[in-house]
Design a binder for this molecule. Sequence first.
Ligand code: GTQ
Ligand code: FE2
Length: 336
Amino acid sequence: MATKTTQEDFYEAVEAASVAPLWRQFNGEQPTEPSPLPPFMWRWSSISPLTERAAREVPMEDVERRVLSLKNPHRGVAGPGTTKNLVGAIQTLLPGETAEAHRHSGNALRFVLEGHGAETIVDGKTCLMEERDLILTPLLSWHAHRHTASEKIVWFDALDIPLFRHMNASFYEEGPPPNLPPQSPDAAFLQGGLTPVDGNARPPYSPLFRYPWAAVLQALSDMPAADDGSRTLRYTNPATGGPAMTLIDCFVLALAKDRDTIPYRTTSDALCVVADGEGESQIGEHSFTWQRNDIFTLPNWSWISHKAVSGDAKLFLVTDRDAIDRLGMLREETRA
Ligand code: GTQ
Ligand code: FE2
């Protein structure tokens, strides 16, 4: 039997003591490229029939929320999220149905894909859900959904629960909610530069819970285009100018037909919902064509460029960008 060298003996002793020599670990750190989590797309043509079946085959009595989560197959053992910190999902409600009130420590939002006329009740404020409206249900707000219109409604949910789980800081509580203090209605926050001082503690999220799509279209038409013809709007907290919620930062990107956007990469991740139109995106080595209601991921540190093939293309982006920025981890580059 060959005798161990002193060196082998040293490394075995190191390992047995649960320590690791830094000089044998990966060095010259930079984000892995291509991204260890490649982009992934859920096409509306495959998701839509599943919402039909869920509505027919899964009674609300059996489930708390009729939700199909977007489980990124590339995440594997990392967990059930859609990106590292965000999970997307598709929720369906039929006329006459209610999803009862609950609350949890993760922030959530809703973006209506199909149908209209449902309501989300957020800490007592009733938010109408029309097509393409954004509804916030921020962390620890009590929220219920109910639907009274005549057709089924389907919306996109996004939550930051993977990050809460990673931190082992995820809590959940069932309703009914306690009596809540009256809140200023959204309309009270819609006069530019004026914010009600209403005695409520100002939580770290937007006092507006509904961002109607009509307002987005108006704001887009009021703003100039960037050099590549695109227009970007951010959904902000009107009281601070910051992100709408602490860990979820949302944008709308309107694209100019037949023009590639300037490629960029960022250490934040995004979920992208096709709000309108048709186009294609180059994401690292991957290219995707897309149409209305398709949903795909924009992974961290991949070069990204979009191009509309129709005149009205708009992408709704859900990101962890502001959270990454406040952690001092945001780095972004554009390719001239
Ligand atoms: O509608 O309250 O997709 O609590 C996941 C968790 C939706 C909701 C989801 C939730 C909800
Ligand atoms: Fe919820």
